[in-house]
Design a binder for this molecule. Sequence first.
Ligand code: ADP
Ligand code: MG
Length: 562
Amino acid sequence: MQRLRSILQRIDRKGYGAYKDLQGSYDLGPFTLFVDRVQRDPFAPPSLVRVRTKENGFEGALFGNGTRRVAFEDFLTRAVERALRRAVRGNRGSGGSGRMEIQRPSQVVLPRSSMVVEDGYVEARMAVGLPARGRSVDARGAEAMLLEELPRVVREALLPEGVDSRAARGHVETVEDADDLRRQLPGLGLVAYVANGAVLPRESGASDRPLGEGAVPFRSPEEYRVSVTLPNGGEVSGMGIPEGVTLVVGGGFHGKSTLLSALSWGVYDHVPGDGRELVVARRDAVKIRAEDGRSVAGVDISGMIGALPGGRATTSFSTPNASGSTSQAANIAEALEIGTSLLLVDEDTSATNFMIRDERMRELVQKEPISPFIDLVRPLYDSLGVSTVVVVGGVGDYLDVADRVILMEDYLARDATARAREVRDAFPARVPPGGSAGDVHAPRGRRVRASSIDLRRGKRETARGKGMHTIELGRERVELSYLEQLAEAGQTEAVARAIGEFAAGNRSRGVAEIVRGALDAVAENGLDSLGSFRGHPGELSLPRPQEVAAAINRIRSLEAAT
Ligand code: ADP
Ligand code: MG
């Protein structure tokens, strides 16, 4: 403590660069402070510090297995975030002076690099804007931040006496239950589960927090009720969605998209209070949407789309500008390539001519290369074992291909399978669906060229995330706004670094192989191993294989090796 104080006194009022002398580690009583990287000036990205407690005094049950450890790290990150808000004064001068931050988690629980819980310590990684007056060192401000505010944050968020142990236990147990429930799905023949009492609607289109007032809690129709036993919560009842083809129907604004969206987020665990704690789906579920304008690099979409105009083959389909329907077909092919057991499709975000082609159009337009999705859902399940949950309000023909029909009415789910059969028999479709589907298969053997990604084309060599929806690769910006299951910017950053490593490797490899290689290495060596860092890698979250692949597939310069 004395050493830190005397360095600060020595550099007071000197040029900002004198802060470089802080680099190193300091014993601050119950914890050690590591100053890993010092910013160049008050306007540059903040300095990076770690605080590591001298022991881990938390009860062992909070981090006794992998799932619990991740959940507890998530809990502590959020605790630090709250403590920072309480303890840190904030603005203390020019630029980022006075700011102190930790990675900001979304509503989901993920492995992150912001917090490390080991048997012998806990360590938080933070960013600190070292304070300046103009462009010179403000030693008194720095002393207040590092020797008063920071120790208070440690006391309130990283030491057992400051942490609400009941909340911590609840957090860990909630996550463990969700994880357990998700693991039970295949054995129960289910692709998704929505517990009774779950709150699905969100605060607004821009917020992932639960709707406060007026939310109608979920209640399972009798027909789909499944009881499960969870390690902490005991017996729970709710709606199990079986494998196969499930239709969600209902009038506009009755809660169809809300249900589907909750299922798509069910691939992740949620924090207590989210409302979707026990809404889970198979971990590899992929929401499929139209995305016209995206690029496609050598994807085999021949199972869904026949020969294109000019006789262009679709076994290796490339375009810088896909249409609504071809983009949706490519999205499915790529989901099959990386691996999925559940597709989620919403009419709201689908291309009409991808969903359906009616009888008259089949008659009028003979040269239609695209098999509409209605012709694909059965073969997808019957030959590939890939289930579908599809929301349709307006296309009754889907009744012919569904194993079951869930009707949303006033935000309540009802089983409408029997009624749908009656309707179907009373109004038979004249063209039986399935006719146009060829041999639906996962794409075969595509490899992509690392050399097509040029990280040096830009001002400096880069592969990094910019917010949640963009990755910068040299001069190229990869657009990820349509990845509806990307949860937070930390995942984007991790994906960017994984792509950077592949690009540096300069070999051609299959996309699934690239993704598996990167994520296996992370599983083995931790998120910290993703790329090289100046300072600590405190802002990474673990992405799913599906999102890593989706980002690679959206690189415009990407070329398939032939
Ligand atoms: P649909 O897709 O059937 O047209 P949405 O799912 O978009 O309907 O829902 C319409 C509106 O109703 C949204 O504003 C949504 O937040 C709200 N909503 C959905 N489910 C519920 C619920 N269980 N309780 C209260 N509001 C809900
Ligand atoms: Mg909708």
